[in-house]
Design a protein around this ligand. Structure first.
Ligand code: ADP
Length: 259
């Protein structure tokens, strides 16, 4: 029976990169890119050499989140020098073509762009490359999960039932291609009112923890819904950099220690 696995040729390691971790979500808008960026920064805070690859070809947001624009320098051959911000090496389709161009690409173009960003970039020695996956569990995502030699995946979900259902599909997708699911993160887990300090569970709470238990994958932690996170993201100065001592940055650091 078809297992969904590709041959080993598609899964060649990338020289110099020790671990490649996908950050995925069952659907858009749950905070996957925000999580990718802050996790990458937290891993860097832990002393690791970190790269961040924006594989969200149809909606790249890493350039904005990391406050970087411009075009990568082309080195010898076709190899590109990665962009850099806050000590992290970056590559995104957003640096290469305008958004409308990538929007109309079909599967094969997406795959070749991804390959180029992975293998024709002078990443140098990296302890970990964080890959911000496109949201969802369709063909594009499945192909990517097969083409990129992933060490493991992290699934981001909000506590709502629907998001959790999608997270379950995400877990199943990685399991289908035999990529270990490192764990699930609950984003927008709860809201602490900045005025009164009380806690509000806007989308419910704890759903992702229960879901992780059911799926028998680790629960990595919860990130609250905060104004600070959204504002810092919009300014291209992620919260782990802007407020490293704060509770949110600390939550990302704790998660990073388990990756
Ligand atoms: P995705 O990559 O899943 O589509 P994003 O990371 O782009 O989601 O986040 C969607 C929106 O939600 C962005 O405006 C982002 O700033 C905001 N956001 C994400 N996580 C949080 C959070 N924990 N608290 C507040 N806003 C958040």
């Amino acid at each position: 029976a078809a297992s969904g696995k590709t041959g080993s040729s598609a899964q060649l390691d990338v020289p110099g990169i020790s671990k490649i971790i996908a950050v995925a979500s069952g659907k858009g808008g749950v905070g996957k890119s925000t999580t990718s960026v802050n996790l990458a920064l937290a891993l860097s805070e832990l002393g690791l050499r970190v790269g961040l690859l924006d594989a969200d070809i149809y909606g790249p947001s890493i350039p904005k989140l990391m406050g970087v624009s411009g075009k990568p320098e082309v080195l010898e051959g076709r190899v590109m020098k990665p962009m850099e911000a806050y000590g992290i090496k970056l590559m995104s389709i957003g640096f290469l073509v305008d958004e409308e161009t990538a929007m109309i690409w079909r599967g094969p173009m997406v795959t070749s762009a991804l390959n180029q960003m992975l293998r024709e970039v002078a990443w140098g020695e990296l302890d970990v490359l964080v890959v911000d996956m496109p949201p969802g569990t369709g063909d594009v995502q499945l192909t990517m999960a097969q083409k990129v030699p992933l060490t493991g995946s992290v699934i981001v979900s909000t506590p709502q039932d629907l998001a959790l259902l999608d997270a379950r599909r995400g877990t199943a997708m990685f399991q289908k291609v035999s990529i270990p699911v490192i764990g699930i993160i609950e984003n927008m887990s709860h809201f602490i009112c900045p005025d009164c300090g009380s806690r509000h569970e806007i989308f419910g709470h704890g759903g992702a923890r229960e879901e992780a238990q059911k799926l028998q994958v680790p629960f990595l932690g919860e990130i609250p819904l905060t104004m600070e996170l959204r504002v810092q993201s919009d300014q291209g100065r992620p919260v782990v950099i802007a407020h490293p001592e704060g509770a949110v940055a600390q939550a990302y650091l704790t998660i990073a220690e388990h990756i």
